[in-house]
Design a protein around this ligand. Structure first.
Ligand code: URP
Ligand code: ZN
Ligand code: ZN
Length: 532
């Protein structure tokens, strides 16, 4: 499978020059708003009829055909007649026809820990499409705290994009200018979420004071606040403790930042969001400790969204003990992959709705980059792969095993993300008028994962040798068949930026609970003037 697709990628490299002249940023409003200038169309006028499959949306599965024209789903119903030679017919008998995956959490071409992630927007998109993911949301990192400069830099990074993508924006410092820029990002650039890192002391970490200001600003803009929840001060202490104990290898990474520090920061962020009364999204929930804080808040009616990532769901920390540094270091990410038991608990939380959608935190560094930390785990670039593997691993580990239904599979891998970030039903569904981002999955075929077969530029894979059932045989991106029979057919520069509008469903009714809070205050109390 790997050889032909790699060869094709090489053939495509000369197209980069062409791509440079391509409009890399079509700013298209999700949900049909200001979608002039060709937005919503596939561009190549392809007409496709997917026949005989089971169409799975988050709300139901049905036997139906899907007719696509110009990058958009035109009809979903049984027995659509073929009737035209110019329509490509794809037989999906015995297979599932589902919305392409949407990964809410990636880091492509990210400058981090003294290096840059090895997957850029082209290789990352190649990996994603080969794995059945047709859209992702990446994190823009400001340049010296400046959001505009950060966005400009990410626009350039995304010039070679080969599929649809959106942006979250990290907030790394606070002043009036940042607050103003947040408004510009939301109102002019289609960014409706901001991430606050409570860890990475000395680089990305924010204080509670900043987090509070940020939560308040997010609320006023209708933007979703996201947190990387670990206590960065305590992590720094934990790291020094390990170094003092002579523990300098990759195992020191997990030992220095135990689940209690993730639980503490998750609880703190949840309480601050409750104080401000704004929705909160906790990225990469890796531990039972953090998950239980989310469960408790949800039980109390708070709007908290928990995102587990594939690595946290199916891997465990025993890999960090491997005597081979290349193997152990590839599992270094933050928060760390936890000991056996956490993954299963996170899976159960995903099945029961405590956690809502699955990301990857795809943040790849090859073995040469990981060597930066060979004498000191604090210098190992943090991050693992997953963009290509997510759809297959979740199908195999959760649907094949009967933990979730096929409709819930679509919900946690695609629809929930589209709803939370306010791009549903254009994305995350196979409905009339939705973008034709579709996968065809054969439940009878098996896969074996590994660096030999993947499309990431990394020479390692944390899922090396993993076997399972369920194979994405076809990926359709905005009406173009981009992955079929193990061959990728993608063009750098063809990817499109997807704008996301503020005030998504998670904000519905917040003003009413604000009013109820004000009404409950029984203050100010009217008093006569106090006399001394
Ligand atoms: O290890 C990780 N997670 N790397 C990416 C940056 C982040 O914290 O999301
Ligand atoms: Zn993070
Ligand atoms: Zn991340």
């Amino acid at each position: 499978m790997a050889t032909p697709s790699r060869a094709l990628l090489l053939l495509l490299l000369p197209l980069l020059a062409v791509a440079a002249s391509h409009p890399s940023h079509e700013f298209c409003a999700a949900g049909g708003g200001d979608s002039g200038g060709g937005c919503g169309g596939g561009g190549d006028g392809a007409r496709i009829l997917i026949k005989g499959g089971t169409v799975v949306n988050a709300h139901r599965a049905e036997e139906a055909d899907v007719y696509i024209e110009d990058g958009v789903v035109v009809a979903v119903r049984p027995n659509i007649p073929v009737g035209d030679d110019n329509v490509r017919v794809i037989d999906a008998t015995g297979k599932y026809v589902m919305p392409g995956g949407i990964d809410p959490h990636t880091h492509l071409a990210m400058e981090f820990m003294g290096t840059v992630t090895i997957d850029d927007f082209f290789s990352g998109h190649a990996a994603a499409l080969a794995g059945g993911t047709t859209m992702h949301i990446d994190f823009v990192i400001p340049v010296n705290g400046n959001l505009t400069a950060g966005l400009e830099s990410y626009k350039q990074k995304a010039a070679n994009a080969a599929m649809d993508y959106g942006f979250h924006m990290a907030i790394t410092k606070w002043n009036d200018e940042v607050a103003r820029e947040m408004e510009v990002m939301v109102k002019e650039h289609g960014i409706n979420s901001f991430k606050f890192f409570m860890a990475y002391k000395g680089s990305l970490m924010v204080t509670d004071d900043l987090l509070l200001q940020g939560l308040q600003k997010c609320k006023s803009l209708g933007a979703l606040a996201m947190v990387h929840a670990e206590n960065g001060d305590a992590v720094a202490e934990g790291q020094q403790r390990m170094i003092d104990l002579g523990i300098t290898g990759p195992e020191g990474h997990a030992l220095s930042r135990p689940p209690i520090l993730e639980g503490e920061a998750t609880a703190r962020a949840i309480r601050l969001a409750k104080f401000i009364n704004t929705p909160l999204y906790v990225v990469h929930v890796m531990s039972i400790d953090a998950m239980e804080e989310i469960a408790k808040a949800k039980r109390e009616g708070q709007r908290v969204i928990g995102e587990p990532v594939v690595s946290g769901l199916v891997l465990d920390d025993s890999w960090l003990l491997d005597p081979d540094f290349t193997i152990a270091s590839k599992y270094v990410m933050s928060p760390p992959i936890r000991e056996v038991g956490h993954g299963k608990a996170l899976q159960a939380a995903l099945s029961s709705g405590i956690l809502q959608l699955v990301g990857t935190d795809h943040c790849t560094f090859n073995s040469t980059q990981k060597v930066f930390g060979s004498d000191d785990f604090r210098k190992i670039p943090n991050g693992v792969n997953g963009l290509e593997e997510r759809m297959h691993i979740i199908w195999d580990s959760m649907v094949e095993s009967g933990k979730i239904s096929i409709t819930d599979y679509v919900r946690v891998t695609s629809t929930e993300c589209a709803k939370i970030f306010n791009i549903y039903p254009r994305k995350g569904a196979i409905l009339e008028g939705s973008d034709a981002d579709i996968i065809i999955l054969n439940p009878e075929r098996s896969f074996v994962m590994g660096a030999h077969a993947h499309h990431s530029r990394s020479n390692t894979n944390v899922y090396e040798g993993r076997k399972g059932k369920g194979m994405v045989e076809v990926t359709i991106s905005r009406g173009r068949v981009v992955w079929e029979d193990g061959i990728l057919n993608i063009a750098p520069g063809s990817g499109r930026y997807v704008r996301m509008q503020p005030f998504g469903y998670v904000f519905d009714g917040i003003e009413k609970s604000d009013a109820a809070y004000r009404a409950s205050l029984r203050a100010p109390v009217q008093r006569g003037k106090a006399v001394a």
